[in-house]
Design a protein. Structure first.
Length: 380
């Protein structure tokens, strides 16, 4: 059985997210971009509407939405502003490891509070020396009685400055490489946890990206997710869930650029006619529309597999690579259609182009997605 129509509930969620993007996000996006401002008031409103807790099962106080619904919402929010969306939806990335690998007690203690109170959690995988090579983590967690002593520095952490809880990947046995990695829930309140340098980024400037430092942090052994050595798989399984949502955000960014470029091409008169009358512009717009649709379908397929409880590693990477690369292409072509004006900050498309670049880098670069895809198609 196959169908492409959305249910009434899905359409309602999509409409709600679109209205939020149009009324709350878009009006503030340029100012947040210019000033690198983290718009807490927008996040608070999103929380009040349930936009930050949709992915959490009802049993733990969330809306219990599936991955398909999460992607429908994410596309609309990404259409509004991907910087704001990256921070708005980051709790999904940080809390999914607990939902996937946590015990009942851990879910109650470390997930439920995020449905009751507006706060942030961060996913701490990346380090200065371990980006694409996630198995090369140098942060250590040494067992000492009923605590682990956590030491290390994480970088490029979304919402790192504002999070009240971190999901941290650290090595409990460096001799074992990726098999020695373990995942921990680390409350910010523990002594020795401190956010560090905040990054000044090219794009997605409304999202917070910062270092997080861990110095002799005494993490209760009860905060270990799964068993020692499970960390790498927990991180990879989490990324299988997160990558379709990044892809959906990329579709939203591309759609925004396409709409602006199409509208401008009808208004801009050169050689006595709107530039939209030229076939050169038709071909650009047609490619944009076709690729946006293809990216959306790949995204929803990955999300649908996850909702069926099936592995989606290959499809999640298909979606992330295709959609992120497409967003870069479409936003670049949109700037081209706007010509000289497109390059100026007075017009909105240059922001979209800067924002799109990050989509090809975080949550696994476009090259890493191809590595994952190659492994999946060649070895399974
Ligand atoms: N699900 C379950 N298990 C998985 C898996 C998956 N999706 N992917 C891999 N594994 C398992 C493998 O089966 C293998 O198991 P065994 O050891 O039992 O054989 C093990 O994990 C190791 O797998 P690989 O040999 O494939 O590992 P690798 O070292 O070659 O690396 C990689 C794989 C795909 C390159 C991985 O390191 C990777 O995804 N890197 C990119 C990291 C990334 O995306 N970082 C983004 C950080 S988050 C972020 O950006 C958000 C933010 O806040 C900004």
């Amino acid at each position: 059985m196959i169908g492409f129509d959305l249910s009434e509930e899905q359409t309602a969620l999509q409409d709600m997210a679109h209205k939020f993007a149009a009324n709350e996000i878009r009006p503030k996006a340029a100012e947040c971009d210019k000033e690198g401002k983290f718009p807490k008031e927008i996040f608070q409103k999103a929380f009040d509407l349930g936009l930050m807790t949709g992915f959490i099962p009802e049993a733990y106080g969330g809306l219990g939405l599936g991955a398909v619904e999460a992607c429908l919402i994410e596309e609309e929010l990404g259409w509004g502003c991907s910087g704001i969306t990256t921070s708005l939806t980051c709790n999904g990335l940080a809390l999914t490891p607990i939902l996937l690998a946590g015990t009942e007690e851990q879910k109650k203690e470390f997930v439920v509070p995020f449905t009751r109170e507006f706060m942030f959690a961060s996913f701490c995988l990346t380090e200065p020396g371990a980006g694409s090579d996630a198995g090369g983590i140098a942060t250590t967690a040494k067992k000492d009685g009923d605590v682990y002593l956590l030491n290390g520095r994480k970088c490029f952490i979304t919402n790192g400055s504002y999070a009240s809880q971190y999901t941290v990947f650290a090595s409990t046995d460096r001799s074992k490489g990726h098999k020695g990695l373990s995942a921990f829930i680390v409350p910010r309140s523990l002594p020795g946890v401190s956010p560090g340098k905040k990054e000044d980024k090219m794009g997605q400037r409304a999202s917070d990206t910062a270092d997080v430092l861990f110095e002799d942090v005494r993490v209760p052994a009860a905060n270990l997710l799964g068993k020692e050595g499970d960390g790498f798989k927990i991180a990879m399984m989490t990324l299988d869930y997160a990558r379709p949502t990044v892809a959906a955000m990329a579709v939203g960014v591309a759609r925004a650029a396409f709409e602006l470029a199409m509208q401008y091409s009808k208004e801009r008169v050169q050689f006595g006619m709107p530039i939209a009358m030229n076939q050169a512009i038709h071909f650009l717009l047609a490619d944009m529309a076709m690729d946006i649709e293809a990216a959306r379908l790949l995204t929803l397929k990955g999300a649908w597999l996850l909702d069926q409880g099936r592995r989606s590693t290959k499809e999640s990477s298909f979606a992330k690579a295709f959609a992120a690369d497409l967003a870069m292409r479409v936003t670049t072509d949109a700037v081209q259609i706007f010509g000289g004006y497109g390059y100026m900050k007075d017009y909105p498309v240059e922001k979209l182009m800067r924002d799109a670049k990050l989509l090809q880098i975080y949550e696994g670069t476009s090259q890493i997605q191809r590595l994952v895809i190659a492994k999946e198609v060649m070895m399974r």
